[in-house]
Design a protein around this ligand. Sequence first.
Ligand SMILES: *[C@@H]1O[C@H](CO)[C@@H](O)[C@H](O)[C@H]1NC(C)=O
Ligand SMILES: *[C@@H]1O[C@H](CO)[C@@H](O)[C@H](O)[C@H]1NC(C)=O
Ligand SMILES: *[C@@H]1O[C@H](CO)[C@@H](O)[C@H](O)[C@H]1NC(C)=O
Ligand SMILES: *[C@@H]1O[C@H](CO)[C@@H](O)[C@H](O)[C@H]1NC(C)=O
Ligand SMILES: *[C@@H]1O[C@H](CO)[C@@H](O)[C@H](O)[C@H]1NC(C)=O
Ligand SMILES: *[C@@H]1O[C@H](CO)[C@@H](O)[C@H](O)[C@H]1NC(C)=O
Ligand SMILES: *[C@@H]1O[C@H](CO)[C@@H](O)[C@H](O)[C@H]1NC(C)=O
Ligand SMILES: *[C@@H]1O[C@H](CO)[C@@H](O)[C@H](O)[C@H]1NC(C)=O
Ligand SMILES: *[C@@H]1O[C@H](CO)[C@@H](O)[C@H](O)[C@H]1NC(C)=O
Length: 552
Amino acid sequence: MKPQALLTVSAVAVAQQVYVPIDGPSSRSQCAINNTYATALPSYSFRQFSFTQTETVRIATSIPAPTTTTSYAPPYASLSPLVTSLTTTQWGNWEPSSNVSATDFGSPYGNASWSALWTAVPWVNFTRGIYSTTVEPTPVPSSELVLPPPEVFGPQGCYSFPADFMLGVAASAVQIEGAIADEGRTPVHIDVLSLITPGAASDFVANENYYLYKQDIERIAAMGVKYYRFSIPWTRILPFALPDTPVNQQGLSHYDDLINFVLEKGMLPAIMLHHTDSPFQFYSNISEIGIASGTGIGYTDSGFQRSYKNVSYEDAFVNYGKIVMTHFADRVPIWWTFNEPLLGSRNGKSIDTVIKAHARLYHFYHEEIKGTGKVSLTFNNNFGVPRDPSNADDVDAANHFNSFQLATFANPIFLGLDYPESYTATIADYVPLTEEDLRYINGTADFFSIQPYTATVVSPPPNDTIAACAANTSHPLRPYCVTQSTTTTTGWNIGYRSQSYVYLTPTYFRTYLNYLWNTFRAPLAVTEFGFPVFGEAEKEQQDQEFDSPRSW
Ligand SMILES: *[C@@H]1O[C@H](CO)[C@@H](O)[C@H](O)[C@H]1NC(C)=O
Ligand SMILES: *[C@@H]1O[C@H](CO)[C@@H](O)[C@H](O)[C@H]1NC(C)=O
Ligand SMILES: *[C@@H]1O[C@H](CO)[C@@H](O)[C@H](O)[C@H]1NC(C)=O
Ligand SMILES: *[C@@H]1O[C@H](CO)[C@@H](O)[C@H](O)[C@H]1NC(C)=O
Ligand SMILES: *[C@@H]1O[C@H](CO)[C@@H](O)[C@H](O)[C@H]1NC(C)=O
Ligand SMILES: *[C@@H]1O[C@H](CO)[C@@H](O)[C@H](O)[C@H]1NC(C)=O
Ligand SMILES: *[C@@H]1O[C@H](CO)[C@@H](O)[C@H](O)[C@H]1NC(C)=O
Ligand SMILES: *[C@@H]1O[C@H](CO)[C@@H](O)[C@H](O)[C@H]1NC(C)=O
Ligand SMILES: *[C@@H]1O[C@H](CO)[C@@H](O)[C@H](O)[C@H]1NC(C)=O
């Protein structure tokens, strides 16, 4: 038991002292043994003053290019029989201002049919970037390679990552590529979001990474990063989305070159097959991509439950995945099928599609391609922590919140177990999994992949039980049916104010890793982990680059 201490609080305006009994500062066991200052008094003396500070100049250096490359599967030339006789062609760019008029109307996959996929959307403020061809990387000026001074209170050698620690950066095509109507790509659902969301910025240009990828990759390599995760838009590979439609040669060549460039710079490529970019052909009109609050599971409709020309999303996605895997599996050691699929799920069929499409691609990769790399899918979940860990109802609510978001996919995929009750009690049209399904799905991920931006303080609904909410399709707290907050019983917010995730909570991170490891029993990868510093955009560039908050 710790000794009780008395904390003296002097109020400035009130000439009165308030004594608050508290459970004082905790002892610093790590400092006790060798901290001579704790036991000895310094001796005092004077000397001549001089400025003794030194400037430390630290320069970034990139990883050396590898002299050997590892192969994770046979090359496409050997794997091509696994994907039925593909035909490749190309379509080029669509420019709304010139509308190059193709006349090959009789051809189902010709230029006229391709352009029609673009003109079918009533674009507003459609903009193009400034590049139209791959830009060679500009050397980084050596003046830009000078790192900021070390942090004063940084770790002093107590922490180090194990040699096999995988440090990487992650991007996604819809967030960085731009060039959305170039080199054969056709529209994806998120391209049109701005057309149904009043006030949403329509950004069709992003960072133009599609043309600037060499520069971006070179700079990431200079940071000492080992892995580069990127996503490939399905419609850049298969503009007409479905099996037996032609493959876009320009798209294949682009990612082929990108992968080779990543390897040349000493990093390893890692591919996300689906990142918020479902072919727009799965929708009959633009208003279908939103989900009215409370009626779905996620925020938007990624179309997983849909079909197009009678081909299910599952079959169409598996076909696309096989094409990408057979082409790049020789050089790519890590694959994900879906990014945060819960957030694009409308109903039970959506979840069923994701799990089964994922499992089919996993089996294809390991059993048919005989790939030696790793395959997973990555989940969203801001760790639900009980408001009061000693209150059983709060703990139940946190378990309900976490299991809905994770175990819905991870019970079958990691443990071979059926969906959790949190999901089946809430989503009435869930598609039951048979014993045979579970046998096929069990073990179809090589590691557990998570993107924990923050934590959420969870307690039961204020006016109802969780069960009553789950059974009530018009309940305002659906689909999770818990109260979410940023404060625990102390009344303090749980972390540091952030720009876009409310609070960042390093405190709960270790607990979360323990929860995941012990619940799903697989190696863990954190594949997104943002740190949106509050008010960063208002800082001057040099202050942004100094970036103490992220260093801490
Ligand atoms: C304390 O310092 C001594 C002498 O430098 C060293 O041998 C010992 O390992 C240190 N102990 C701890 C716990 O750091
Ligand atoms: C579309 O037009 C371009 C330029 O004329 C041509 O190179 C390409 O083969 C055409 N694509 C198809 C699918 O017909
Ligand atoms: C090209 O087609 C789009 C969509 O139909 C239309 O909005 C635009 O005005 C057309 N541009 C020209 C120059 O005809
Ligand atoms: C298009 O641009 C105009 C002018 O910037 C803006 O007022 C309008 O909201 C934009 N419309 C959409 C749908 O983005
Ligand atoms: C578009 O989809 C919405 C939502 O499903 C539907 O209400 C609307 O009737 C559809 N519009 C057309 C023109 O089909
Ligand atoms: C879809 O299948 C149904 C039933 O088999 C058939 O009647 C319909 O014509 C098909 N639609 C398309 C677009 O192929
Ligand atoms: C899932 O597969 C693992 C590994 O083969 C096995 O240990 C486990 O028992 C399976 N789960 C079920 C529910 O059968
Ligand atoms: C709970 O009930 C109160 C009082 O009727 C109401 O103001 C509040 O909106 C309800 N909260 C929820 C989440 O239903
Ligand atoms: C379902 O929730 C709504 C909104 O809170 C409420 O008005 C309604 O009474 C609830 N229905 C039942 C059966 O509890």
